[in-house]
Design a protein around this ligand. Structure first.
Ligand code: C5P
Length: 220
């Protein structure tokens, strides 16, 4: 494809979403939050009473392939219902991680992800953007941050939304999620061979944005 893509992959709460959305905005590119697709699939499965396991894999994949999804003004609509808040909880993150380990579900969501690749360009964030979905991307960033920093950031985010949690439970949740995401057999969380590594534990968001924009200029 002639359409340029920037991939930003990394573990839970590493700051991928904020960074990718901001880079997309500054470049005037489209933005794909691939995690939201797994989160919505997890929610749809839960509502259909389907536990995320191999026995239900085909049924959950069928749900994923036909999600009545719309993205408008930063909101995610499922069959017209605004589920933006429902998919952001920690429980929804865990559900997403479980359905995302099912190979047929990952396959069912591939076309939808590829359709986000439109001119003038795309910034995509997730776990396997650079390794599986857009392997020909001109720039691949693997974004990390220490577990303590990630737990703290997620804590702030949730508190600001009025959701109460403790730092300890968040940290163990995100470590459990990363362990599952890294050890699964299909599309595990790992840097692409040609990824550039960015540890933003001690970096401001502005600094991370500048770094990615500089790298983007270098590869043009
Ligand atoms: O990025 P986010 O935390 O919203 O993703 C939720 C879950 O969806 C992740 O823990 C991961 O299991 C799954 N995911 C994935 N592949 C992606 C994006 C997200 O498996 N490209």
């Amino acid at each position: 494809s002639e359409v340029p893509v920037i991939c930003i992959d990394g573990p839970t709460a590493s700051g991928k979403g904020t960074l990718a959305a901001e880079v997309a905005r500054l470049l005037g590119y489209h933005y794909l939050d691939s995690g939201s697709l797994y989160r919505v699939t997890g929610l749809a499965a839960r509502r259909a009473g389907l536990e995320a396991n191999a026995a239900n894999e085909a049924q959950i994949a069928a749900l994923a392939a036909a999600l009545p999804l719309q993205f408008t003004e930063g909101k995610v609509l499922l069959a017209g219902e605004d589920v933006s808040d429902d998919i952001r909880t920690e429980a929804a993150g865990m559900d997403a991680s479980r359905v995302s380990a099912l190979p047929a579900v990952r396959e069912a969501l591939q076309d939808l992800q590829h359709r986000f690749r439109r001119l003038p360009g795309l910034v995509a964030d997730g776990r396997d953007m650079g390794t599986v979905i857009f392997p020909d991307a001109a720039l691949k960033v693997f974004l990390t941050a220490g577990a303590a920093q990630r737990a703290e950031r997620r804590h702030k985010q949730l508190i600001s939304k009025g959701i109460s949690t403790t730092l300890d439970s968040l940290r163990s949740d995100l470590e459990a999620r990363d362990a599952r995401d890294s050890s699964r057999s299909v599309a595990p969380l790992k840097p692409a061979q040609d990824a550039r590594h960015l540890d933003n534990s001690q970096l401001s968001i502005e600094h991370s944005i500048d770094t990615v924009l500089n790298w983007w200029q270098q590869v043009q």
